[in-house]
Design a protein around this ligand. Structure first.
Ligand code: SF4
Ligand code: SF4
Length: 97
């Protein structure tokens, strides 16, 4: 039996999130990000949570896979990102595999 190949959107749709609306576990500092050349987080985040709106970085922690990629690719992660895992009980639940 051949396994069905799922698109990224289909795979993300299999995850379940309990979003902590009172505490964003990742925050990007716009004043630091403004001077970032290339903004690698935009292309590297597998959930597409970093976007550009009129040249300004925008980030939404809802839907985060907690993979840490943004922290690794960010050239100024110590300054630009406040990064932690969600509080207990919140965050992603992988329902497949
Ligand atoms: S890679 Fe880091 S510094 Fe650059 S835009 Fe993204 S979060 Fe900001
Ligand atoms: S931890 Fe992963 S999914 Fe979450 S914002 Fe960073 S790159 Fe995106």
């Amino acid at each position: 039996m051949a396994l069905k190949r799922l698109s990224t959107e289909q795979l993300l749709g299999l995850d379940k999130f309990l979003v902590d609306d009172d505490h964003a576990h990742i925050a990007a500092k716009r004043e630091v990000c403004r001077s970032c050349q290339g903004k690698p987080c935009v292309n590297a985040c597998p959930a597409g949570l970093y976007t550009l709106k009129e040249g300004e970085l925008s980030f939404d922690h809802a839907g985060c896979l907690e993979c840490g990629t943004c922290r690794v690719v960010c050239p100024q992660s110590g300054k630009a990102l406040e990064w932690s895992y969600p509080r207990g009980g919140f965050g992603v639940q992988f329902r497949y595999g």
